[in-house]
Write a protein that binds this ligand. Sequence first.
Ligand SMILES: [Zn+2]
Length: 385
Amino acid sequence: MRQDLPGICRRCLGRAFAMIGSGTTNIERGNIALTKFENKNQNFEIVEESNCSICSGIFLRLMDYCEQLSLMSKDYEFNSFLIGSRFPEEILKLEEQIQQSIEGSNGESIRKEFNRELGKAFESYSPKSTNFNSPEITFIIDTNFDSIKLQVKSLFIYGTYRKLIRNIPQTRWIKYSEITDSVESIIGNVICPMSSGHEFFLHGAGREDIDVRMLGNGREFVIEITDPHKRTIDLKYAEETINNLGKGVEVHDLSFADKQKVVEVKSERNNKTYVARIRNGDSIFDRKLLERSLESVTGKAIYQRTPLRVAESRSDAIRDRRILEAVLLYVNGSEATVEITAEAGTYIKEFINGDGGRTKGSLSEVYGNNLDVLELDVIKIHRGA
Ligand SMILES: [Zn+2]
């Protein structure tokens, strides 16, 4: 018997023949393969698993691993998991070389078998089940350093928010560091501790300016909590707690969501209705002229060059947007209140004030004087059909 290759166990031999039917284990495959080698020039020695040059008996220690996984994850609420692993490069190379020399091609990798077998073992050890698509906890076993890392899926909660007072930014921007509250922090500071999470991030379906109120049916958002220890939190209680803070932000329709919902929410392109309090400088509004102006912009496209105030964060471009409806609510001297429905992405302040000529077809241009926006509210986001 030639022994050019280091000793391997039946299991590791079996992986070289992973293509032999399914429904059989690698140890059984190894046994079948051995009969094939009988009376032939076998250039390897079969050894016990614990002496195997590839696996070193790691499959004999699955129960130890299960105990470790269980201990590491004991403070986390989860139902689904996935096993991942890293093996030393030289072991993977040796395995490849042995498989090539025995079968002339590559069989199954030790990583794959280990992940599968430990997964099965942990499923019978604990009440948890494997999930390949979106596991709540991923265990990464690094056999190089005999270390195990835990990756915990974020908790995603969907809802809508209303911002009833001005001067609250949507997220915790450094720019507004003197302002302590944001929509994000008001919601996150309640939900994050409830789930014993680490950090939180608000993903909004667009954003209103800091000085704009968000009324009506509210804006959709998903709040993401990283490293949550609890996943089944009482959302009704969370909603009531946030709404009773009296901080000017309300949430509604909270529900558990997933990462895909973040993508959906962030790609929202709904029309919006605004109410704006505007000013005609020091001049009294000409009611008839204002009404005619609003009528004439209705249904028309306007052309907006990226406003200077947002040019820092967005590239300079000209976008065309349609004003779907514009009506006068009331006039009081040099001030008026108008209701405007516009396509998603319209810079509504600039539609009114003309942005120094950067918006073409503005209300200021049509009315024939520079109109200012004193206050702006979003009163409806037109979701769904
Ligand atoms: Zn082995």
